[in-house]
Design a protein around this ligand. Structure first.
Ligand code: CU
Length: 142
């Protein structure tokens, strides 16, 4: 019994270390999306499936902005760091989401699993309609 508990604890500890080290590391595909009031730059991102991505959202505007993709298959779960932490009020949660207050930056680590073209936009009310949209292209692994 005790042995079983210890093994479980070790398994949890091992998992935690792996999570902290991050799937990303040096080999990650690093990219930055800048947000203005009210646009993204660039509006087109490309990445490879199966390889970790570290995406930085740099908010150069005064308003809060986010980068969201509602439906996109991932390997594991996305990890947001330094975001403004706004919620979506119990509405549908995006598969990918990173938010930043005006003048701040936040990062999102994730791994896309499936090649395809995905639309991203800012979910702050009215921003998508004002043109805060873009396209993320996931290419097949090399
Ligand atoms: Cu916005």
């Amino acid at each position: 019994m005790r042995k079983g508990v210890l093994a479980s604890l070790l398994a949890v500890a091992g998992w935690t270390v792996a999570a902290c080290t991050g799937a990303a590391g040096d080999a990650a595909q690093r990219m930055t999306v800048e947000a203005q009031d009210l646009a993204f730059s660039p509006t087109r991102l490309e990445m490879r499936a199966g390889e970790p991505v570290v995406l930085t959202l740099k908010n150069n505007g005064a308003l809060e902005h986010d980068f969201s993709i509602f439906e996109m298959p991932l390997e594991g779960t996305a990890e947001e760091t330094g975001g403004s932490g706004h919620g979506h009020g119990g509405a549908e949660e995006p598969a990918l989401h990173v938010s930043a207050l005006g003048g701040q930056s936040a990062t999102l680590e994730f791994t896309a699993s499936t090649p395809g073209t995905y639309d991203f936009w800012c979910t702050v009310a009215g921003h998508k309609e004002a043109g805060m949209t873009g396209t993320l292209v996931v290419r097949a692994p090399e």
